[in-house]
Design a protein around this ligand. Structure first.
Ligand SMILES: NC(=O)C1=CN([C@@H]2O[C@H](COP(=O)(O)OP(=O)(O)OC[C@H]3O[C@@H](n4cnc5c(N)ncnc54)[C@H](OP(=O)(O)O)[C@@H]3O)[C@@H](O)[C@H]2O)C=CC1
Ligand SMILES: N[C@@H](CC=O)C(=O)O
Length: 328
């Protein structure tokens, strides 16, 4: 079953469940759908819900679905970076399902780095007894694309707002591009990485540099109006870029987790042209794990946003799930 990425379905009839025997179940709201999954758990345990939305309300239902023995594959970060009680409820639900003989799994590789093997690498490092010291990187495909184009030492870029509009057209941004420009999307990825490392970190625990101009942070401005008005802030961003360029530097939006110190930070910083971040292309993410085994960081790099690479990460999760279920 797929939620999201289905524009042809009537928005009033969003939640559909197609079973192996061809039955199609349609629920008009999440409450009814979740009750239905629970009541029919003997029949539907082992199904997979693919949540391809960015919806926090959908994410809040994962514990109920997992407890009913339904697997979840998703690029939606909301459940993994939201309230810690939701994170814990998901883990409790998988234990309940396991004890009831309906084991369920939640796989979310694409929540960090889209299709890049970031979480699977981190899980492998931890499972094999490595000690992760720091994780640092460029975790946003949108912000990578923006600053790779905008902040060059040559300084020949179009206005910042124009590049944001292109990133939106290329499918890199979140449904509301403010989620990218505010740093919220990077902060969520940082929280997910920290939690996988065992830290009880939440979004409120660290500062995040917000690139959305103050006047446009107001939630009453819709996502479209926001993009139209973003040009108002072009001059401020141009001044920042000019200062970096004068110093022979480029601007890059970077996230950092210090596992030993149990801290994180997310900010726009200036780097010399010789730094690996400075030579990234397109929507590339770069994630560097410094560990006991890898004092010179184990580094993963590649396109970090876009439909094809995100779908690749979700499909790889589905195949991983199939392999693990077949082994059971
Ligand atoms: N784009 C990318 O490169 C990446 C995206 N992701 C994640 O993937 C998810 C989707 O992103 P993306 O495809 O870019 O976003 P889009 O806005 O393009 O697609 C989201 C889709 O979900 C639908 N939708 C929203 N709420 C619901 C709901 N409650 N039930 C069913 N469908 C719903 C929307 O329909 P409607 O428009 O009618 O509201 C829309 O079709 C997000 O969580 C994002 O963070 C992760 C990695 C990379
Ligand atoms: N909007 C996000 C999509 C992937 O998570 C990004 O730009 O990285």
């Amino acid at each position: 079953m797929l939620l999201g990425a289905q524009p042809t379905i009537d928005p009033q009839i969003r939640h559909r469940l197609q079973t192996a025997d061809g039955t199609v179940v349609v629920a008009r709201d999440l409450n009814r759908f979740t009750t239905f999954c629970h009541e029919q758990r003997d029949r539907y345990a082992g199904l997979v819900i693919v949540d391809a939305t960015a919806d926090a309300e959908v994410a809040s239902r994962y514990p109920a679905w997992l407890a009913a023995g339904i697997h979840i594959v998703t690029p939606n970060k909301k459940a993994f970076a939201g309230d810690l009680t939701l994170w814990e409820a998901m883990h409790d639900a998988t234990r309940v399902a396991q004890a009831a003989g309906r084991p369920s799994h939640v796989l979310h590789e694409s929540t960090v780095g889209a299709g890049l093997p970031v979480l699977s690498t981190l899980n492998d490092l931890l499972a094999t007894g490595d000690e992760v010291h720091t994780i640092e990187g460029i975790f946003s495909g949108t912000l990578s694309y923006l600053f790779n184009r905008y902040s060059t030492v040559a300084g020949d870029a179009p206005p910042f707002s124009e590049i944001v509009a292109t990133a939106r057209q290329l499918g890199y941004t979140e449904p509301d591009a403010r989620d990218d420009l505010s740093g919220a999307d990077v902060a969520r990825k940082v929280v997910i990485l920290a939690r996988v490392c065992g830290l009880h970190l939440s979004l409120a625990d660290f500062t995040v540099e917000n690139l959305v101009p103050a006047a446009l942070q107001d939630a009453s401005i819709d996502a479209h109006a926001f993009l139209t008005r973003l040009a108002e802030s072009d001059a401020a961003m141009a001044a920042r870029q000019a200062a970096a360029r004068q110093a022979g530097q480029v601007l890059r939006y970077v996230g950092h987790v210090d596992v030993a110190a149990r801290t994180a930070r997310v900010s726009l910083a200036a780097y010399p042209a010789s730094h690996p971040f400075a030579s990234l292309q397109g929507s590339d993410n770069m994630v560097a794990f410094t560990t006991r085994r890898f004092p010179q960081p184990l580094t993963i790099q590649g396109a970090g946003a876009g439909a094809a690479v995100t779908a690749f990460g979700m499909m790889a999760d589905l195949l991983r799930l199939q392999r693990s279920v077949v082994r059971c």
